[in-house]
Design a protein around this ligand. Structure first.
Ligand code: FPP
Length: 240
């Protein structure tokens, strides 16, 4: 029997700073190597038939990092969007963003919106960049918008729960099946809180710049050994 691939993979790309520190280099070198890892993993995910990939590239809390590091990350992001957009389109990737985009510098936001528009008809892989992203902010933003729709009569309280995910940042992106975190930390750090309710978790000691295609294969292999029950019993899942 062919094993089921995760439809949506989320990655908390951690360990860029430590990767650089171990080599006696400034943190930004780790981020630069991190971008190379992003490129190879996006290509490989598309090749393997993954349909959705969400990458935690910048959190709402990351705004509190030293100013120089924040600007270096925004610069890397601008370069990535500028240099990679054609290749992303060639590979059939459709770009999305999740997060409080209005907080991004104008240039970055514009480049992002242009790249999203240019790639919107692609359907091999949806690449969801989580930028200025916080899982609690996403839920709060969704709850506010849903509450306003209740107040204006567009949404009923009876439908609130079943329709709630329509108010998340990208409503058509499904829940995360497999969540990967690099660098040995075992926590969620406010990533996609609503979408990870039933995700399988995969933690690795590998620092993000050292994450290669073979490790994505390992994570998918591990995922395929897991039995997903979504609250049901083993017997129900096996159809007995
Ligand atoms: C975590 O490592 C990584 C980040 C906060 C940024 C992730 C960004 C990239 C991989 C590059 C930009 C992305 C794109 C899509 C172009 P850390 O700095 O927290 O590492 P540490 O925990 O070792 O200090």
């Amino acid at each position: 029997m062919r094993k089921k691939l995760p439809k949506h993979i989320g990655i908390i790309m951690d360990g860029n700073g430590r990767w650089a520190k171990r080599r006696g280099l400034p943190r930004v070198f780790g981020h630069k190597e991190g971008v190379k890892a992003v490129k190879r993993i996006v290509s490989y995910a598309a090749e393997r038939g993954i349909k959705y990939l969400s990458l935690f590239a910048f959190s709402t809390e990351n705004w509190n990092r030293p100013k120089d590091e924040v600007s270096a990350l925004m610069k890397l992001l601008n370069e990535y969007l500028q240099k990679e957009i054609n290749e992303l389109i060639e590979k059939g990737v459709s770009l999305r963003v999740s997060g409080r985009v209005d907080m991004l510098p104008d240039e970055t936001r514009q480049k992002l919106l242009d790249a999203i528009e240019l790639s919107k008809n692609n359907n091999k892989l949806v690449l969801n960049l989580c930028l200025s992203y916080g899982g609690r902010s996403e839920i709060i933003d969704a709850a506010k918008n849903a509450a306003m729709d209740v107040a204006s009569g567009k949404l009923t309280l009876e439908d609130f729960e079943s329709k709630f995910d329509n108010y998340l940042y990208n409503p058509d992106i499904p829940d995360i099946d497999l969540l990967i975190r690099t660098s040995g930390e075992q926590r969620i750090s406010n990533f996609m809180l609503y979408r990870i309710a039933y995700s399988e978790l995969y933690f690795t000691q590998t620092l993000w710049p050292g994450f290669y295609e073979d490790e994505l294969d390992l994570a998918i292999d591990e995922y395929q050994t897991r039995q997903r029950r979504f609250g049901k019993t083993d017997e129900q899942v096996k159809g007995n």
